[in-house]
Design a protein around this ligand. Structure first.
Ligand code: BGC
Length: 754
């Protein structure tokens, strides 16, 4: 029988005090434990089982658990029946665990792990759909189990600080509240299946530039308001079982050996009781790492040794092989690590092994891979995540009955670009490219022509000559001129947008802006589709473009999703989870990126994304939260009620904001209603507004629904370094209800009494 998961956080920690250890260890160590040893009893509490098991372990066994045994496996202790935790990369689906992404992403990859490729994190964030993200987590966890693994390395919750971060596509955008909400949903979906997630990368891994050496300098308030909330929510609202420490330094100390971060904030402030796993190759010391509360170094065993032998570590600055048992034991002998510290670290690992159920049922299996239900989640995510940015003269949706021909053009038209590169890139059984999806949906009556237009840098040497380029370009313009409609699919691909390096420029890769301009000149009915993870510069053509969609990296169902939006089978409902600046130079961290002398100063502080654009009046190309629909929505009747409620014995502030939303269009649709708070009276400087609530509402034409938000004091608070805590200054706040951060439709005051 499984122990209810919430016991994990309710029970107090029963750690063995160092002084009692010798006696207990003397009694049990090395013996084969009896069949009725308490730790084997699934009916006992996790804490009792952990305490009993720990008491039976030798120091050597405990030390061995602090490092992995393989590329993706922790170290088992067979004598006691402690299984290895078998991991697989995520977060966008389950990846082959055979080795580094350099190996598994290579063309000759020997691993045959084909799983569902879900949309990128930024696409899922554009859905603003908690329930869907939870189902995605659940679907991924079922694939993890089916493949005999126990743990999925995700979700990625690093904030989009700079539009050029190579991994922006993996995360949930620029806002800490949206990111937190979706992270909680993903974790609940995964843990609900008894699979272990890993909330990553803790913390401030916001650029790939020199990711092992870069030192992020971030003030305390900015950390708490922008870069920590998703981790806090993962711990406190979802009870996440593991957190992955980041590669970089934070305020001078590598994250994996940073006691302020791992002990001070994660354990003490947030109450985290699970274990911290290092990012692969992110440890740089033995005693400092163990003492800081970094529990499990990955990878380990022979993959770690061969990695050490390659000499690559020095070039990149990676670190590994520091927590091997011999090194840890030598530090114990030297007195720099105490046995009780090792007990605490091993306790955190064992707790998760029991709590997740993998002790009682190691590698249980039982899930499924690539089922219709999993495909449906991938399709729904890809569809809901598409953002309609422009639709002049209602060019969209297309009417199959009125069209004769469509030219489908661009380097991302005929190839399914499911995700960005690196450790998150999943190999699916199939993937639908935009061209496939459009052809399938258009049917026989519409003639579809395809033209590459421009080839992607370094993709196909045959296309990469000046002659071939000129020919492709001409063919595309020609195809556009002859068709009723042109659809140009542009963007990047994993060789240009990936973990491991940042995107060089916000501009589209070479030739694509020219292509869009030439196609638009040849055909005024041109629809531009962005198929990429990071924002791109649109200025050269956006004014002439009648219709613009962002499909991000949409996973294996991206092409179907796009076709369903183009032809109106689905009504666009995605909203931007990131602001789209006009130029890179406009973005808040532009002058503090990538840093100097391996130090990056987060000088923009809390002014990240719309907090910056909206407060400082810098107009973006498209604002945070923006997205059009084929329907229209009217907002009315905002009311804010203050009620004091008894929560236990504590009188806490609660506010209820309600409003009406009506579908005033002629199609069913979904609107994402956003709630921002404006604090004009605080003692310290605050952004003009901050997102504190959102609801996706499905509405039939002509129908109205009531949308309700509950707010507490925390939603009104800022982090006060002076008080070392969250503070809400009494006074009048403004509740703003918007269809984007720059389209506030309703406002109402909210009084916070002292
Ligand atoms: C990435 C992690 C990933 C790990 C294992 C690292 O390079 O930063 O996100 O989970 O590799 O593949």
């Amino acid at each position: 029988m499984r122990i209810p998961r919430n016991h994990f956080y309710r029970l107090s920690v029963v750690l063995f005090i160092a002084s009692s250890l010798p006696v207990v260890i003397g009694a049990f160590a090395q013996q084969t434990p009896p069949a009725d040893a308490p730790y084997k009893d699934a009916n006992l509490s996790t804490e009792k089982r952990v305490a009993d098991l720990l008491s039976r372990m030798t120091l050597e066994e405990k030390a061995s658990m602090l490092a992995g045994s393989g590329w993706m496996e922790s170290t088992p202790v067979e004598r006691l029946g402690i299984p290895a935790i078998k991991m697989a990369d995520g977060p966008l689906g389950v990846r082959s665990w055979a080795g580094s992404s350099a190996i598994t992403n290579s063309a000759g990859n020997p691993a045959k792990v084909l799983t569902t490729s879900f949309p990128s994190g930024v696409a899922m964030a554009a859905t603003w759909d908690r329930e869907l993200v939870q189902r995605e987590g659940q679907a991924i966890a079922q694939e993890v189990k089916a493949l005999g693994r126990d743990m999925i390395l995700g979700p990625t919750v690093n904030i989009n600080r700079v539009p050029l971060w190579g991994r922006n596509f993996e995360g949930y955008g620029e806002d800490p509240y949206l990111t937190s909400q979706l992270a909680v949903a993903y974790i609940k979906g995964v843990q609900g299946e008894g699979v272990i997630p890993s909330l990553k990368h803790f913390d401030t891994n916001n650029e790939e530039f020199e990711r092992h050496r870069i030192d992020a300098h971030v003030d305390e308030r900015t950390l708490h308001e922008i870069y920590l909330p998703a981790f806090k929510a993962g711990v406190q609202e979802a009870g996440v079982w593991t957190v992955m420490s980041a590669y970089n330094k934070l305020n001078g100390i590598h994250c994996a050996e940073n006691p302020d971060l791992l002990t001070g904030i994660l354990q003490k402030e947030f109450g985290f009781k699970g274990f911290v796993v290092s990012d692969w190759g992110s440890t740089y010391s033995t005693a400092a790492t163990v003492n800081a509360g970094m529990d499990l170094e990955m990878p380990g065993g022979s993959p770690m040794r061969s990695w050490l032998n390659t000499g690559q570590l020095q070039a990149t600055g990676s670190g590994v092989g520091w927590l091997t048992a011999d090194k840890v034991l030598a530090e114990v002998k030297a007195g720099t690590i105490t046995e009780s510290t090792i007990d605490a670290n091993v306790t955190r690992i064992l707790r998760v092994i029991f709590e997740s159920g993998i002790f009682d049922h190691p590698h249980l299996g039982g899930g499924e891979v690539d089922t219709p239900a999993q495909r449906a989640v991938a399709l729904q995510g890809a569809t809901e995540g598409i953002v309609l940015l422009k639709n002049t003269g209602n060019l969209l949706p297309l009417d199959v009955h009125k069209l004769h021909s469509i030219a489908v053009i661009g380097p991302n038209a005929a190839v399914a670009r499911t995700g960005g590169g690196g450790s998150s890139l999943v190999k699916p059984k199939y993937a639908i490219a935009p061209l496939d999806g459009i052809k399938e949906r258009a049917g026989q009556s519409i003639q579809i022509t395809y033209a590459l237009g421009v080839s992607m840098e370094k993709e196909d040497p045959v296309q990469d000559t000046p002659e071939a380029r000129a020919k492709s370009f001409g063919e595309a313009v020609d195809a556009a001129a002859k068709a009723d409609i042109a659809v140009v699919v542009v963007g990047r691909y994993p060789k240009l947008e990936s973990e491991g390096f940042d995107v060089k420029t916000m501009d589209l890769p070479a030739g694509q802006d020219d292509l869009i301009q030439a196609v638009e000149k040849a055909n005024p009915h041109t629809i531009v589709v962005l198929n990429t993870g990071d924002p791109v510069t649109l200025t050269r053509w956006i004014d002439q473009t009648p219709a613009l969609l962002d499909m991000w990296y949409g996973g294996q169902e991206g092409g179907h999703a796009l076709a369903s939006i183009l032809f109106g089978d689905a009504n666009p409902s995605g909203k931007l989870p990131v602001s789209m600046p006009k130029r890179f130079e406009d973005s808040p961290a532009a002058s503090n990126y990538p840093g100097q002398n391996l130090k990056v100063d987060y000088a923009e502080g809390i002014y990240v994304g719309y907090r910056y654009y909206d407060t400082k009046n810098v107009e973006p190309a498209f604002p945070f939260g923006f997205g059009l629909s084929y329907a229209t929505f009217a907002y009315s009747d905002l009311r804010v009620a203050h009620r004091k409620e008894f929560a236990g014995k504590v009188l806490s502030d609660q506010f209820l904001a309600t409003l009406q939303v009506k579908n005033t269009g002629s199609r069913p649709g979904a609107e994402v209603v956003q709630l921002y708070i404006h604090d004009g009276h605080s003692k310290i400087d605050r952004p003009i507004h901050e997102l504190k609530g959102f609801q996706r509402v499905d509405l039939q034409p002509g129908k109205t629904k009531t949308v309700a938000f509950t707010l507490d004091r925390a939603a009104l608070s800022y982090w006060s370094p002076e008080n070392k805590g969250w503070v809400a200054d009494p006074g009048t706040f403004e509740i703003q209800i918007g269809a984007s951060s720059r389209d506030v439709r309703l406002r109402a005051p909210l009084q916070l009494k002292p």
